[in-house]
Write a protein that binds this ligand. Structure first.
Ligand SMILES: *Cc1c(COP(=O)(O)O)cnc(C)c1O
Length: 364
């Protein structure tokens, strides 16, 4: 373990290190999900989620699911895209490609908007694709493309979608809670979120935060899936119930984690904390001569991808760090042989970040 730590320091983009209170909450009481205790817990989590970006409960509703972030992506796409619709998908990393695979698995007609992994996708490029004569009705995009650390320009993309009356679905799995996300202002219909990234909860709960109006518009999306039908979750959760057995331990943990986010000053304060950590890591690793995949203006606050140091494999770097208590993350797909990623989400101290930097100096 790293100095002063009883856990590995996780510098992977989720699951993240938990606070002691959040971890303790995982061992909450034995309860039945058809009793008042569960309804209270669920209501608390629902209002906590709306509170992160100050959304109105009249217009927005979170559908809480058992599953990882991909379950939320799948529920969002499967439930909100009606028969006969055409979905455009922005693909500049693994997660954009995953959104497209989900749509294809559901037999949804897809128009791909592709770019190299890590490359920018501008509002103009999206606009050109959306003007496709086949008639696009929906657009899906990943906000923070965790593959490379790129924060996609959601504001510009949202503008072009809104101008054309196209419904916008967002994978905000690795940005919700730590990046600017103007759900109302950007006319977003729904976004997929996970408990165990920037919200600092434990894995096992994910959710789709959606406009009630979007749900009403797609009443027939209900038929595509039984377990991942957002309609079922919202109907039940609106009356304090739940359609299937919920993941109780991570629900307890998420409730505490949302309380800690508020106590720490909300998403903006978390963003600032992440920016400070990222700056410390980026400055130090730049000084060590490492090359970043993307430059400052393109990056999220929570992850940086680097070229592997000359003459070192990912396994060598990973194992040397792991031995000293730090877990970093490999590249994915075509980037796997050439990069490594350092995330700075989760319950980390400045001593953890300093320790990581010192360890990198030692190893290199
Ligand atoms: C982590 C992540 C997901 C979901 O991955 P799971 O393994 O299902 O949790 C989806 N999209 C993005 C952008 C992510 O970073």
């Amino acid at each position: 373990m790293a100095d002063g730590r009883d856990q590995l320091v996780l510098l992977n983009p989720g699951p993240v290190n938990l606070s002691r209170r959040v971890r303790a909450a995982l061992a909450g009481p034995d309860i039945c999900h058809r009793e008042r205790e569960y309804t209270d817990l669920q209501e608390s989590v629902r209002s906590g989620i709306l509170g992160v970006y100050g959304l109105s409960a009249d217009e927005w509703v979170p559908a809480l699911l058992a599953g990882s972030g991909t379950a939320a992506d799948e529920a969002m796409i499967g439930s909100l895209i009606p028969e006969g619709a055409t979905l455009a998908v922005v693909e500049n990393g693994v997660y954009g490609e995953r959104l497209r695979s989900i749509a294809e698995a559901y037999g949804i007609s897809v128009r791909r908007i592709t770019a190299e992994w890590g490359a920018v996708v501008t509002g103009e490029a999206v606009a050109a694709a959306l003007d496709d004569p086949r008639g696009i009705t929906h657009l899906a995009i990943v906000h923070h493309e965790t593959t490379t650390g790129r924060l996609n320009d959601l504001a510009s993309v949202a503008d072009v979608a809104r101008e054309r009356g196209i419904q916008l679905l967002v994978d905000a799995v690795s940005s919700f809670g730590a990046e600017a996300l103007e759900l109302d202002g950007w006319s977003i219909d729904a976004c997929a979120v996970s408990a165990n990234k920037c919200l600092h909860g434990a894995p096992g709960v994910s959710l789709v935060l959606l406009r009630r109006e979007a749900l009403a518009r797609t009443a027939m999306g209900r038929g595509r899936s039984v377990y991942l039908s957002l309609h079922r979750y919202v109907e039940a959760q609106d009356v304090g119930s739940v359609p299937f057995t919920p993941p109780l331990p991570p629900m307890f943990a998420l409730d505490v984690a949302l309380g800690e986010l508020v106590a720490a000053g909300g998403w903006k304060a978390r963003h600032d904390t992440y920016v400070r950590r990222a700056k410390r890591i980026r400055t130090a690793l730049d000084d060590l001569g490492l090359t970043r995949l993307l430059s400052d203006g393109d990056l999220s606050s929570s992850l940086t991808a680097y070229r592997l140091p000359e003459g070192m494999t990912y396994a060598q770097l990973h194992d040397a760090l792991r031995q000293r208590g730090f877990v970093v993350y490999s590249g994915q797909g075509s980037l796997e042989p050439s990069i490594f990623r350092v995330a700075n989400m989760g319950e980390l101290t400045s001593a953890d970040i300093d320790g990581f930097v010192a360890t990198m100096e030692e190893i290199l």
